[in-house]
Write a protein of this length. Structure first.
Length: 207
């Protein structure tokens, strides 16, 4: 959660901001059923993939809030050391927060899955009996926000500039996705039959 920008108190009017981190409350999973579409055997036979779609997906998430760190992250500005160029030193500092908390938000939600395929078949199987491994990443979901309250103490910068920052009244949205992987069940089909050909088909014999 970013703070507002503020000056470091340096003659160059350089500004900076801090971040205030929140915990990862609302860890959750979704029960998913995947559908695997049909596909023809490749050449060689195992060189084929199947399209993956979601058959069903359960709701995830619950009413929750987040705790906020006591200190902001460190930040600062480059400053002029008197030589006419910026010093490599940073006026690094942080601010202490008090009473920081977020409001409860119900984040029950589902995800979608963009078009994707399995990997090619396991060549150790047969055309009639083989499996496919797969990996999926669900599309971003759970786009919600939390109200925020708390105060921040002022801090003195390199040039003696005592300053403060403000934060928004609403913690920013943090959409997320889920990943999953596995191996399909066994399945397959018989390779196409190859018709018999006469040896002389299409040939002209010259004696």
């Amino acid at each position: 959660m970013p703070t507002s920008f503020a000056m470091c108190g340096n003659p160059e009017d350089l500004i900076h901001k801090h971040n205030q981190t929140m915990d990862t409350t609302d860890a959750h999973t979704h029960a998913i059923t995947l559908n695997f579409g049909g596909a023809d055997l490749g050449s060689p036979w195992w060189n084929h993939v199947h399209p993956i779609t979601i058959g069903s997906i359960g709701n995830g998430g619950a009413l929750h809030n987040h705790s906020v760190t006591v200190n902001t992250t460190t930040a600062g500005c480059f400053y002029n050391d008197g030589s006419g160029s910026c010093s490599a030193a940073l006026n690094r500092h942080y601010h202490r927060t008090s009473g920081g908390s977020t409001g409860n938000t119900n984040s029950s939600h589902v995800h979608t899955l963009s078009a994707c395929n399995t990997n090619t078949a396991n060549p150790a199987g047969t055309p009639e009996n083989h499996t496919h491994t797969f990996s999926i990443t669900l599309d971003n979901g759970d786009n919600h926000t939390h109200t925020y309250s708390g105060s921040m103490t002022a801090t003195t910068c390199f040039y003696g500039y005592n300053h403060n920052h403000t934060t928004g009244a609403t913690a920013p949205s943090n959409p997320h996705n889920h990943t999953g992987s596995g191996t399909s069940g066994t399945g397959g089909e018989s390779p196409p039959a190859v018709g018999r050909k006469s040896i002389g088909d299409g040939l002209t014999c010259i004696v």
